[in-house]
Structures are given as C-alpha cells and as structure tokens.
Design a protein around this ligand. Structure first.
Ligand code: ADP
Ligand code: CDP
Length: 666
C-alpha cells in the first residue's frame, strides 16, 4: 500500500495481463456478521483484508466471538444468537457495511436479552444518515439513544425492551438499501413468528439486497419476497453455519480494470479473476455499461477479459441505480468518449464516503473537463485539452481508484499529463494494493517514468537520502553501488584478477541477485552485511574502473526504471545512466564529516573501525572514482549541488523534495 501524502502517476500508455481481485467488501462484511450470529464455527476464505473488514472483526471480537485469522482465511466461532458480552463500545471507522447491520443486530439482541452497546465511527460516519434504520427499529420497539445528532451515529442500543413483532416493520428503501439489509440480517434473531418487513418508497440498489438474500440462504434463512416491496422472515428461522464460505472477488473493484481494458488494452486483454457471470454481486453488470461505451468484454463463470473495442469510447446515457458504486468509473471513462455521458438515478452517491457527485464533478473539472451535475445525475463531456491535476480523494477509495484511469490521457492528446492522487492509502478501504496491482498490468514510456538521481562520493549520505526520498514519493530505489559491490565480491570469490575487466564483466550475467525487504541475496546467501563492509567497497571501486564492467551493468540498472518512479543512487546516475532525469542531485560533505559518519555507522553495527584509516580509504576511493576514464565521479552539468556537511538527514530530504516539487506541474 502507498502510505504517502500523494502518488504521482506518470502518463500511462497501455495495459495487458491478469489481475486477481481482493474479496468483495459487501460479501465479506455480511458473511462475517452472519458467521458471528450463527452457532458453531464458520471458515471464511478469500476474505477482503481492508479497513472495513478490520473494524468488523474488531467489533466481533469485542462481542465475544472467537476470531482466528490466517492470511485471507478467518475462522469465526459464532454467538448462536446469544449475547456473550452485554456491554461494548464499538468503533466502526467509516464502514457503513459494519455500522448499519451491527446497529440492527445489537438493537434487537439488546431488546430481547438486555445490554447496552455504543456504536460510533470517524467524523464522516457521523454525517452519514442512519435515521431511517433507527426509525424502523424504534417502530419495532427497540430502545435507541442518539448520542450525537439525531438520525446519525453515534448511537446507544439498549435493552431489555419489548418488541412488537406482530406488526410489519416499515423501512425506507429510497435512500440506502443498507437499512433493509440490516433488518434482513438482524430479524432472523427474533423470528419466533413470521416477521414482515415493508419497504417505503422505491427500493434502490436492489442487487445489494439480492446479495443479502443469497447469503441469508447460505446461512439457513429462506426469506419470502413479495416483489421488492415486502419481505417475510419465516417463523422459526435460525442461523446455521454452512461451515465454509468462499468470498468472491469485489465486482466494484473490477470496474477499474474493466475501464482500464476498455481504454488501454489495445492488443492483449486485461484478464480479471475473481468475478464473472456467476457473481452474486450486482456491480458485475458494470460490464454491460462498459460494453455500451465500447469495451470488448468476455465473461466466464468467475473471470472477465476486457479489451478495447470502440475507440474513442462512446458517450452513453444510463440509469445507474443497479450499479451505484461501479458507475463512478464511467465518469472517468467518459473523458475518453466521443460525446457526453449522462448518469442518472445516482442520488445515493451523495451519502456515501463523501458526496460522490460533488467530488467527481470537482475533480473532473480540475483535469479540464466540462461537467454538469444535479441532485441525482451527472453529465461529463469528453476531454481533449487535459491539465495536470492533483486529485483530492476525500478519504474515498473509489475516487482514488477511478482517477487512476485519467493517467491514460496520452492516448488522446499530444501533451500527456501526469495525475497526482492525494492520500492514495484511502484505497485501503477495499483494495489496499490497488496501485501496486495497477502498476503490474500497465506500461509507460521509460522517459515518462520520473527518475531522481543522487550521485556523490562515499559516505556523503546518498543511500540514506535516496531511501528517504523514495519512501516519501512511493518510488523504487536503485542502489547502483550494490551492483558494483556484488560484482567485486563475486569476482574476488571466483579468484579473478580484478584488473582483468573482460573477465570480471563476464561474471555479471551469472549473478543471481535479489533485493528483498532491505536485504540483498546472492543466490540463497544473504550478503547484505558483507556487501556493506568497507573492504567490499574497495573491491567495488577497483572493478568499477573497467568500461566492460560498467557496460555489463548498464541495462540492468536501466531496468530499475519502473512505475511509479525511481531514485537512483551512485556515481554516474545523472551523467551516464539517466542523463534526462528531471532532477539530479550531487551530494557532498567534507572528507572529515564523511569519515566520521562512516565511523559511527560501522561502530553502531558492531563493526570495528578506525577513523584515520577510514578517512584514508575514502580519500583513496574518491581519487579513483574521480579520475577514472570511464564515467568518473563528477556532477552532471544540470545537477543541484548539495553539501550536507552541516545539514541533518531530514533537512537534506526536505531540500530534495522541495526541488522535486518545483519541477512538478501540480
Ligand atoms: N545529512 C546527514 N547528516 C548526518 N548524518 C548523515 C547524513 N546523511 C547520512 N548520514 C549518515 O551517514 C552515514 C553514511 O550514509 P550513507 O547513506 O550510507 O552514505 P553513502 O550511501 O553516500 O555511502 C549513515 O550512517 C547515515 O545515517
Ligand atoms: N554508479 C556507481 C556506483 C558505485 N560505483 C563504484 O562502487 C563503489 C561502491 O559504491 P557505493 O555507492 O556502494 O559506495 P558508498 O558510497 O556507499 O561507499 C564506489 O566507490 C564506486 O567506485 C560506481 O562506480 N558507479
């Protein structure tokens, strides 16, 4: 996950390959609650790991359920409808799929068994309406206290209270279908007699109710339905665990990759595994909308394959009531269309993680798009003159994921623009590794992938600075010195004459080198400590003088230029490897400062060191690096010089990030 303030997407050009989707959020949280309410153990496989499922699991633990987690498999020992804890304070973050059903389940259980439960969330959750559900539960006889603004969380659910089960429970269905879902999940707990639920108003988001009904059936509850206006939970209904449940991939998350295929899979398709024609989730019907815009979609039972069909895409007018979440993706696809796209019947967008109609309109306009909006509709015009924009994401995972598709603007305009996604970690709600997954199936022109080069003499702090800058920007790191070090080490171990450049260069293609979690492996051996030894640094500088060795390492180093960007640390990064890099830093510090730093660094790692000989070694290495004929250590003409003798690490990092920001169009 990119836990950084912003992630810059360079212009992207094409897409192909396979993605496996994380588990569906809607199914995951419903299944967890159903398992918790059932008797016995339920093993839930392929569960979504996300903020929303984490708060649900925490809540279930607080209620006394047995929860054992092993990767994406969770085993739940349910309550069998009997409260173990009679009091709890449950913090439910911004998870509507936890807040609504837990409110209903705890309200009816507190009423029949006694107890007091408080449910709360983040500030945005306290702005998301729940009054219609509270009204329905109060109508049934539940005791519910508003702890904040009436009609919004936080709430206290109290009992005992007597429930009027003989009169129909009435709930509004035209604001959010989650209120009906919450009642459908809760009322089997008290179904001594038939319980009738009547929906007031036109029910929206019906496919989500279909998911609820299908999952209730898996847990032994056979709800009778009268159209979409009334539902009856039969007397004697009782939750029974099915033992094992597989969570299907998230169909709403699939929409970004369907959109991706439609826009950018001009040759091979994007294959999406985890959802398909047999999915329970209504959002899988997004593929019909995408097809109407021109996507070429094939569907198997649990997979989709999407490639570009019509290009430019076709503008459409669509009632999106059946695909409320996935439909957001259409607004960004609309930028690549041949005419306007109008989405209607999307009032529910206004009460989601943020007001999504306002959010999409505002951010699309930042890209330069003409957008109109109404209470329950949005219209987006195709875009030709794109602007580089920093997209605000409103702590809304879907806004962040949708706008990644704007990075393909280079397919429709000469002046391709990067896109900045602010707070990209908000995707953790449903798809923590969304951007990593995206980068696995898209390509950019190498020249478009930003590189920051940091060159300079030994112990000037290049490695430290490179790591910190890369961390702040979500970029990868090339520690080119490690490649020279490993070459020197392997050559020495092979008994080669280090002055024989051709022989040393020949060893390079045989090196099985791997970087993992801050460690370097040569074959199976962890050579991290060995590589950092000063003696190995000297070997490196000996083999680095040979043009043949430098040539042998050239392409390997260029291959580190991967999405979303690279910080390259070495001696010739700005001069020889990445001469076009948009920011080059030449880092220096006085020899005395560097010797002292290296001394402290070695001592802190328990490696004995002597300041005088360290200084002699580093000066000898400086001399060799500066005076060799091939790629000598020298600042690139356009490098920013940074002498950090008197600067802290933080100050150096800030300086480089400042220079970087000045070069960005945002
Ligand atoms: N600006 C700085 N101020 C103080 N110490 C620093 C600074 N930059 C780096 N160091 C320290 O100096 C040592 C050498 O830094 P390192 O990044 O390994 O240098 P290089 O990669 O240039 O050889 C490390 O212990 C690091 O923490
Ligand atoms: N791009 C690079 C990186 C390292 N090197 C050589 O490899 C040696 C070790 O590099 P390093 O970056 O690991 O060394 P330190 O600066 O960390 O001491 C340097 O002294 C250079 O001689 C190089 O020639 N070109």
């Amino acid at each position: 996950m990119f836990k950084i303030p912003f992630l810059d997407l360079p212009p992207l050009r094409s897409a192909a390959g396979t993605v496996r989707l994380p588990g569906s959020k809607s199914i995951s949280n419903r299944v967890l609650l159903l398992a918790a309410l059932s008797e016995g153990r339920t093993v839930v496989r392929d569960l979504l790991a996300s903020d929303d499922t984490a708060v649900m699991l925490d809540a279930l633990r607080a209620l006394g359920c047995g929860v054992a987690q092993d990767g994406d498999t969770v085993s739940i020992v349910g309550l069998g409808g009997q409260l173990l804890a009679k009091q709890a304070q449950l913090f439910l973050g911004n998870a509507g799929t936890a807040m609504r059903p837990l409110t209903a389940a705890l309200a009816v259980m507190a009423a029949t068994q006694g107890g007091s439960f408080e449910v709360s969330g983040v500030p945005r959750m306290h702005e998301r309406p729940i009054g219609d559900l509270v009204d329905a539960l109060r109508g049934l006889g539940c005791a519910i206290d508003d702890l904040g603004n009436p009609g919004y969380p936080p709430l206290r659910l109290r009992g005992p209270a007597s429930l009027a089960l003989d009169t129909p429970v009435r709930v509004r269905g035209d604001v959010s279908s989650q209120f009906l879902t919450a009642l459908l999940l809760a009322l089997p707990l008290v179904a001594e007699r038939d319980i009738r639920i009547e929906v007031i108003g036109e029910l929206i988001s019906k496919p989500y109710i279909e998911i609820t009904l299908a999952l209730l059936a898996r847990f032994g509850i056979d709800v009778k339905r009268e159209g979409w206006s009334a539902f009856v939970i039969p007397a004697g209904s009782r939750y029974r665990s099915p033992g094992e449940v597989f969570v299907e991939g998230d169909a709403s998350s699939a929409s970004y990759f369907v959109g991706l295929g439609a826009i950018a899979a001009a040759d091979a398709p994007i294959r999406i595994e985890g959802v398909g024609s047999e999915s329970l989730q209504g959002d899988v019907r997004f593929i019909e909308a995408a097809a109407a815009m021109g996507a070429d979609v094939k569907a198997g039972p649990n997979w989709l394959e999407v490639r570009r069909g019509a290009w430019p895409l076709k503008g459409i007018t669509l009632d999106c009531n059946h695909i409320p979440d996935a439909a957001m993706t259409l607004t960004v696809m609309a930028l690549y269309a041949d005419g306007p796209t109008t989405l209607t019947n999307i009032a529910s967008w206004r009460v989601k993680e943020t007001d999504r109609i306002a959010a999409m309109a505002t951010e699309l306009r930042k890209l330069g798009a003409a957008v109109e909006e109404g209470p329950d509709w949005i219209r987006v015009q195709p875009l030709h003159d794109w602007k580089a924009a920093a997209i605000h994401t409103y702590d809304d995972h879907r806004v962040a994921m949708c706008f990644s598709l704007a990075a393909f603007n280079g397919l429709v305009t000469e002046k391709a623009q990067p896109v900045r996604i602010l707070e990209p970690h908000c995707t953790a709600k449903t798809f923590p590794d969304y951007f990593e997954t995206l980068f696995g199936v898209v390509t950019a022109r190498p020249d478009d992938i930003p590189v920051i080069t940091i060159d300079g003499p030994t112990a000037s702090g290049k490695g430290t600075l490179a790591d910190e800058v890369a961390k702040a920007l979500g970029f990868g790191v090339l520690d080119s010195g490690a490649l020279y070090r490993v070459t020197g080490l392997a050559a020495r171990r092979a008994g080669l004459d280090l002055d024989d450049g051709t022989a040393v260069a020949a060893i390079v293609p045989t090196l099985d080198l791997r970087f993992a979690d801050g460690h370097v492996f040569l074959g199976q051996e962890d050579v991290t400590a060995r590589l950092r030894a000063e003696a190995t640094g000297l070997l490196a500088s000996q083999v680095a003088v040979h043009p043949a060795v430098r040539q042998a390492l050239h392409q390997w180093q260029l291959d580190f230029r991967r999405l979303p960007g690279l910080v390259a640390d070495g001696r010739d990064m700005g001069t020889a490897l990445f001469p076009g890099a948009p920011l080059k830093v030449f880092l220096t510090a006085s020899a005395a400062t560097r010797a002292e730093r290296r001394y402290k660094q070695l001592i802190s790692k328990g490696i004995p060191a002597n300041m005088e000989s360290l200084r002699e070694d580093l000066e000898a290495r400086d001399e060799r690096d500066k005076n060799r004929a091939s790629s000598p250590l020298t600042p690139a003409q356009d490098a920013q010089l940074l002498d950090n003798s008197a600067l802290s690490i933080e100050a150096s990092v800030d300086q480089v990030l400042n220079w970087w920001q000045k070069r960005r169009p945002f």
